[in-house]
Structures are given as structure tokens and as C-alpha cells.
Design a protein around this ligand. Sequence first.
Ligand code: UD1
Length: 436
Amino acid sequence: MTEGTGDRLLIRGGSRLSGSVAVHSAKNAVLPLLAAALLTRETLHLRAVPALADVTTMRALLGELGAELREPAPGELQVRCVDVAGEAPYALVRQMRASLLVMGPLLARLGRVRAGLPGGCAIGGRPIDLHLKGFAALGAEVSLRAGYVEARAPAGLHGARIYLDYPSHTGTENLMLAAVLAHGQTLIENAAEEPEIVDLAGCLNAMGARVSGAGTPVVRVDGVPALGAVDWTPIPDRIEAGTLLIATAATRGEVELTGVVAHHLQAVVAKLRETGAEVWQEQGRVFLVARRRPAAVDVKTLPYPGFPTDLQPQMTALLATAEGIAAVTETVFDNRLGHVDELRRMGANIRVEGRTALVTGVPRLSGAPVQASDLRAGAALVLAGLAAAGETEVHGRGHIERGYADLPAQLRSLGADIEAGPGRVAEPARTLGGGA
Ligand code: UD1
């Protein structure tokens, strides 16, 4: 992505966040739900669709594949796929890896699919072998040619027992999406257990599918001949919620989040409590009060219900001003500590050893021009800027807008001094890549 001069956020640090804010629907729920529209000729009606760049990309991809898209009201989307094409162009897959989620439904519906292979990206290698092995187990012939992956199952897919070597989140979703129209029963073992997978299963079942066990390590799918229309509201974004909680802790503030599912936030809430913040919840709301400098805590990212990798950069930013030394270990992705160099430019004391960042807390960060290398790294730099003394310019705002519907507005409503647009400090030279 090329950065324009306006592609930045300007933050004047020092305000304590305080107030109440509503959380949007989850990016990682909406993307697979949109892909599910490809499974049927009937209409998928989604409500509370967040205004995200990744949603725009998925809409463009669906349009390219032949979907009719309508917006009957703000935040609502109707998708109808009467006829669909079987090719996901590289230009769109390159922009967003989650584009691969159209592969399962297209293979199920058409018996063939061709998709551009995503390259490496800013947070590590990210192969798709588990998706492809699963398609092969379901009876597809899979081949790679000229940067494209092709899967064919002229006689249709058949149920199979699939063991995932790693509980891949979108891998589990892609295989569920492929298996719902297959002949017979599919078992996905060592499946990912993320709440977004449970949401997708719920929507598929409302369309007439027979999926059980979502949210556990074994997902069972009994194939059905066809799926029908559905009206669905996706779950709230646990990563956006976690980001806002961590931001509040970083500024020693107090916040009420509304429209959340508290048990989706268990890992981050447990860690924030360990830092000394008070966190409590009641009926769709979570409250956090952080009065003191946080205590250092060790964090290790893991598949759900472990601590989410998508909150690791933000947590690292918080721990940069904690009291003591924290070890932050990234186990999900092989190269997701890109924000560390930028945090150091703001005065953080962090040493990287392999996949672990050893963070020695300093009393205060200081504002600086910094570069977001991906979506969550960008969020981490915003948080660091809120807690820092002076001005911070976060370049690469486009990355943040991929996955946060309007983070600056949410933070402003809590009292932060943050605005978009051209800044005053010289732009640091960096190259960029994609991200989660
Ligand atoms: C999803 C989320 C992303 C989040 C990630 C981990 C969406 C749209 N994105 O991404 O926000 O950061 O889960 O929680 O929901 N792997 C393989 N082979 C594969 C697939 C994955 O080796 O075929 C590896 C990856 O390289 C990575 C690990 O498995 O190291 C986890 O990846 P995965 O769970 O698949 O992440 P995504 O589904 O891409």
C-alpha cells in the first residue's frame, strides 16, 4: 500500500480515557458470513455491518464473482448470488488474505474454484496448506499453477474426516463452508474454537445447514443439498473491545463498553486484572477502571480461548509503561513483533529474543512519528501515542481502517485528542505489507 500525506493519525497524548462506548460487529465474523452468501441463490441479509476497508474488499470480490449487493439501510447489506463465477482474482486476494474464504463456498457450489495465492505479508509466512489439504480430503483435486491455486471436484465434494495440524481459524471456516453442501458427514478435528466460528455455524444452520460442535475442537458437518435465505446479526468485535480496554488501561482511565459478549474477552480481562486494573461485567457491558501504573505481566498468544495474537501488539504497548519486566511471547505467527521497533522510537525499552519481546517498563513514552506495518501494529501505536507525552504521528492509517470502523471517533468520544490528516513531523521512510 502506498502512503499519502493524509494517511496518518495525529495524537496528542496525556488524556485519560473516560466514558462509555459501543463496540461494532466483528470484522472476523462478517468476512466469512459474507462468503457464506456464495452457497445459495437466496438472499443473505446482514445487519450491523461495520464500515471497514476489509468489508469493502470482500464486497468488491463478491461483486466480481457475480453477487448482487444492496444496502437497504445504513449498516445493512443484502447479498444475492444467483449465478457465480469460480475465480477470485489475485488483485483482491493480495489485498486481503481473508478473500480465500470464498474458496470453500465456490468449490461446494460449482465443483471448481481458482484463486490467486496470497503472498507473504507483514506478520509472517502464513501458508494455506491446511485449507488445501482439507479440500483434497473432501475429494477435490488441488493444483498450483502460475500463482493461482485451483481445486476441482466435478462430481461434487464428499464428507471426510479431516485433522488440522494446527487449529487454523479461517482454515476451519473454509472447510465448514465447503462441507455444508458435500455428500455425507465431515468431521473437522483439532478445529479452531474462536467465537466467530460459532457465529458462522449459527448462520449456516439458520440457512438450513447441519453443523454441530462449533466452538469445540471437533466440528461435525452433515451435508445438505441446498441452503436458503437468512437474516443475521454478527457478534461484537472482541478485538476492538480488547483494544479499547487496553487503551483505557494505558491512559489510567475508566471505560464502559456496551454491546459486548463478556466471555469472549476472558483472556484479555484476566491479563488486565493481573496488571492491577479493576474489570467487571454485567449484561452485555464491561467496565474497566485503571488508577495506577500497571504491573508487568507475562503474555503468551495462543488460539482461542488463549490470549489473542490480534491483541498482542496493543498489550505490548501497554506493558511498555508497566512497572517491571514483562515477557510477551508470540506463538501464533512467526513474525509479529514489527511494532517493537516503532515503540522503541517512542522510548520503550524492549529486547526481542526469538519470538519473545522482553519489555522493561518505563514511566512514560514520548511522542514520535511512527509507522504502522499492519492493522494491529497500527492500533498498538495509537495506544502508545495516547499514553505518551507530546505528539505522535501514526503513519499508515489505512492499515487501521482495514479492521477498526472508526477508532479515532471512538477514542475522541472518550476524551482522546486524536485526529486524522496531514501531520507536522517528517514522515519516516518504511516499506509496508498486508496484515491480519
Ligand atoms: C485469523 C484472523 C486473524 C487472526 C488469526 C489468528 C480472520 C479473517 N483472520 O487469520 O485476524 O490474527 O486468525 O487468530 O479471521 N497456518 C498454516 N497453514 C494454513 C493456515 C494457517 O500453517 O493453511 C498457520 C499460519 O501461518 C499461522 C497460524 O497457522 O502461523 C494461524 O493462522 P490462522 O489461524 O489460519 O489465521 P487466519 O485464519 O489467517
